[in-house]
Design a protein around this ligand. Structure first.
Ligand code: ASP
Length: 592
């Protein structure tokens, strides 16, 4: 193949982007630069779609008006980088393309510079083409050129800006905290960085800036925020990466409501940046209410709640385990189901330990009065699906009531998703936010046989429950809160412990000895003795927020360079081996 003669950019300057030209530019000269998206050769005329991050403009190269340029276009292929100069013309009516904003005009090219060639791209850059994710990730720089990825990444940038503007306007300062630090309290596995000059010692990458932001409050910076990378060595999922980005903030002297008053308008601005108006304030429910109505601490409010109905039935009805809930799940507009469909739902519930009554007619026969009440309580309509569920076997779990409610919650979601085509309530463009408050302080760890902090160990206990700290940890509520959207937890936070004596008690309730507490968090404990103000805050997952605004179902679609589910960067091939010498310098010997 003849080698291509490339042109130099010289002092060429773009006059417009490829998404900018409109009818009012007709007759003007324009100089565009971008990538050859598509090329159609009709003999005497070549049409090129020229693309940049802003959009696509159609170029026309006519043999009769400029044969040299027309001939040069022979050399162009997909993804060549070019500059063109010419005159903006109106397209003839039958060639107008309403699908693109520049569709009424085209550029009649007079000069063409080829700035770089391109190998055949590994996949077409059209939106509609489905490409395997590992190929996309290997050639991520090409994948990122695809219009939907350009939109997602630019959306992410706009959302970040909106968050910053909203927080700056409320008097927050953006302050950085270290990446090379020691273990933080979130409880996932740490990523470690060996310290070369102190062999055998390691830094941990922060799972969040939690301790540093509390220290900043003690230092008097009373409104801190940071859009910051956090690192957690956990199994990866569609909404999880080893490194992810938090909108992290902390303020001094707040009650929970002050934090909410910051977050609600901030989220409103973030969604506005994506073109959505969301009403504030958001509703609130307690953790106990969330469990009683949804069986989960991150309820999807687009589907109706379920109802506990054990009180409606006679004590000897024996529909559920003794003292356990009986739950009425209603999924709207499902209509008639086949025997097989009913059996599938039943099997799903039974696998989770539930006893599923899928035939309301049989319940009507045996319990006419209670069933009439149940219909009233659930506002059941004729074509709604009703599943009444109780517990099948022995009570299970540390709080058996929750075990039942959680299983019922899973069945509710399963049936809701399954029949979404009928009720269409799970619309990704309907945004139902809620705060969930008054979380339990502790979570029972059955494997380790001990209490863990449900949020993290610096979370304040509810004022009314201080006495229960050691006497009844299971019923001890905390001042922790979550912000939840459509069944996804967007963020968590809490009012913190700011007194050394209370912090010591909480560590003790967690079974941490004074020595262990000092070893892990000694510097924070000490700092609490130097005039720590009351403080509290929250952290929200930026990746998840942008994912939802973009209508995507994986955070990988809104992260420029993500890792696969196995934690690999397929493009730069990380993680990778390192030379022996490097390991020696670090004092590390690999085990066979
Ligand atoms: N540091 C906490 C987390 O990452 C959030 C917070 O309590 O502000 O979950």
């Amino acid at each position: 193949m003849e080698t291509l003669q490339l042109d130099f950019l010289g002092d060429l300057r773009r006059t417009h982007t490829c998404g900018e030209l409109r009818t009012e530019h007709t007759g003007q000269r324009a100089l565009l630069m971008g990538w050859v998206h598509r090329r159609r050769d009709l003999g005497g005329v070549v049409f090129i779609h020229l693309r940049d991050r802003d959009g696509i403009t159609q170029l026309v190269l006519r043999a009769d008006s400029n044969s040299e340029v027309h001939k040069k276009a022979d050399q162009l292929s997909s993804e060549y980088v070019i500059a063109v100069e010419g005159v903006v013309e109106l397209r003839s009516p039958e060639t107008i393309n309403p699908a693109i904003p520049t569709g009424e005009v085209e550029l009649a090219v007079e000069s063409l510079w080829i700035l770089n060639e391109s190998r055949t791209p590994p996949f077409p850059l059209e939106e509609s083409v489905d490409v395997k994710e590992d190929v996309r990730l290997k050639y991520r720089y090409v994948d990122l050129r695809r219009p939907h990825m350009q939109r997602n990444i630019m959306l992410r940038s706009r959302v970040s800006l909106a968050v910053r503007e909203s927080l700056y306007a409320k008097g927050f300062h953006e302050i950085e905290t270290p990446f090379m630090t020691r273990s933080t309290p979130e409880g996932a596995r740490d990523f470690l960085v060996p310290a070369r000059v102190q062999p055998g010692l390691f830094y941990a990458l922060p799972q969040s800036p939690q301790i540093f932001k509390q220290l900043l409050m003690i230092s008097g910076f009373d409104k801190y925020f940071q859009i910051v990378r956090c690192f957690r060595d956990e199994d990866l999922r569609a909404d999880r990466q080893y490194e992810f980005t938090q909108i992290d903030l902390e303020m001094s002297f707040p009650q929970q409501d002050r934090v909410f008053e910051v977050i609600e308008p901030m989220l409103q601005s973030a969604f506005k940046a994506g073109g959505f108006d969301i009403p504030i304030p958001f509703p609130r429910m307690t953790y106990a209410e969330a469990m009683r109505s949804y069986g989960i601490d991150k309820p999807d409010l687009r589907l109706p709640p379920f109802y506990c109905v054990e009180d409606l039935f006679p004590a000897d009805a024996n529909l559920t385990g003794a003292g356990l809930p009986l739950v009425a799940i209603v999924i709207p507009k499902v209509g008639a189901l086949s025997r097989k469909e009913r059996d599938d739902l039943k099997a799903y519930g039974q696998e989770r330990g539930l006893r599923v009554y899928d035939d309301p007619k049989r319940l009507d026969r045996d319990f006419a009065g209670p069933m009439a009440e149940l219909r009233k309580r659930t506002s059941l309509a004729d074509d709604d699906l009703l599943l009444v569920v109780g517990w099948g076997g022995e009570p299970k779990g540390h709080i058996p009531e929750h075990t039942v409610l959680q299983a019922a919650g899973q069945l509710r979601l399963h049936a809701g998703v399954k029949y979404n085509d009928r009720h269409q309530l799970l619309d990704p463009k309907v945004f139902k936010f809620t705060w969930v408050v008054d979380f339990p302080m502790f979570e029972w760890d059955a494997e380790e046989n001990r209490w863990n902090a449900a949020h993290h160990p610096f979370t304040s206990v509810h004022d009314e429950d201080i006495e229960k700290l050691t006497a009844d940890p299971a019923r001890c509520r905390s001042k922790a809160y979550d912000i939840v959207l459509n069944g996804t937890e967007l963020g968590s936070g809490s009012i913190r412990i700011h007194r050394r004596d209370v912090q010591t008690k909480v560590f003790a309730a967690l079974g941490m000895t004074e020595d262990e507490a000092k070893r892990r968090f000694g510097f924070l404990l000490e700092a609490l003795e130097f005039g720590a103000p009351p403080h509290g805050g929250i952290a929200l997952g930026l990746d998840r927020i942008v994912m939802i605004i973009a209508g995507e179902s994986s955070i990988r679609e809104v992260i420029p360079f993500p890792k696969t589910a196995r934690g690999t960067d397929l493009m730069c091939e990380a993680p990778s081996e390192v030379p022996d010498r490097t390991l020696r310098d670090l004092g590390i010997q690999l085990r066979k």
